[in-house]
Design a protein around this ligand. Structure first.
Ligand SMILES: Nc1ncnc2c1ncn2[C@@H]1O[C@H](COP(=O)(O)OP(=O)(O)O)[C@@H](O)[C@H]1O
Ligand SMILES: [Mg+2]
Length: 258
């Protein structure tokens, strides 16, 4: 379920005023390497006078607002997420500067050692008190399912490209879509990500069950069916191959819980 936008811009394409404000904070930018991602208009690692810095930015609009949301969540998940270094808002752009992590994307496939590191990182943020500004409920992505309502901090978008692996630990990045909800929703959503990475249903659920917040029973079954509905609608609206595949997996999971 990897999605990389192809219409991103590079460091050189950013307006001069934006580059100036960034260089006021980092010192001269000597080079840049574009990164992937699925929502920002620019993601890149900058090689600066003061060392490497990761930037993600967007023109004003829904993604810029989500970046400002991410900037407000990040201090609450210090040590789990890369640190926020600065934030620039100028010329219609919002750009975040983040601690650069020399890592690789996580591998969620069966037997991957990354899954233990992922569990440790998720367990850590399951204990973080809900930041006051995180007011949107995860249930809005699942047809308003009441069972998902709650007051825990949820990342909600833990696909493998939003997890960076370094020796011995996983960093959770991209908090742009952090929501509140029932704590068991995160391992339930992750179990589905594991299925997308090749786990069978039993193995994905067994992994999810290793979280103390996991809940079997009616609420989980309701989630599994809401997940299938939401992917079916997403694939109908925009039938890209990865969405069709996710919709099919979600349907199989729901069929298993008829
Ligand atoms: N702090 C970081 N250090 C190094 N690379 C990063 C960092 N944050 C993100 N990346 C890389 O950039 C990609 C996109 O970042 P992400 O925050 O997920 O942006 P988007 O919201 O556009 O998906 C990630 O998948 C990862 O490869
Ligand atoms: Mg991302």
């Amino acid at each position: 379920m990897t999605r990389t936008r192809t219409d991103r811009i590079t460091w050189a394409d950013l307006p001069g005023a934006v580059r100036d404000q960034i260089q006021d904070r980092t010192g001269r930018v000597r080079g840049s390497r574009p990164a992937g991602g699925d929502r920002s208009d620019i993601t890149a690692t900058l090689d600066t006078e003061t060392g490497p810095v990761f930037i993600k930015g967007a023109r004003e609009g829904i993604f810029a607002r989500s970046l400002r949301h991410e900037a407000r969540v990040t201090p609450h998940v210090a040590g789990i997420a890369p640190g926020l270094l600065w934030q620039v808002q100028t010329d219609g752009w919002t750009v975040l500067g983040l601690e650069h992590i020399a890592g690789r994307h996580a591998d969620y496939s069966p037997g991957s050692p990354d899954l233990d590191l992922l569990r440790a990182a998720v367990l850590q943020f399951q204990d973080v008190p809900l930041p006051a500004h995180v007011t949107q409920g995860v249930e809005r992505h699942y047809g308003g399912l009441d069972a998902l309502a709650g007051d825990s901090l949820l990342h909600t978008d833990l696909h493998p490209d939003n997890v960076l692996i370094t020796p011995g630990r996983a960093y959770i990045i991209d908090w742009a879509w952090a929501c509140k909800g029932a704590a068991w929703a995160e391992p339930a959503m992750l179990a589905f990500r594991l299925m997308a990475a090749g786990h069978d249903i039993a193995s994905a659920e067994a992994w999810g069950r290793s979280f103390p917040t996991w809940q079997d029973g009616e609420p989980l079954t309701a989630f599994i069916h809401a997940n299938a509905d939401s992917w079916r609608q997403a694939a109908r609206r925009d039938p890209q191959p990865w969405k069709l595949r996710a919709a099919d997996l979600a349907r199989q999971w729901a069929a298993h819980h008829e």
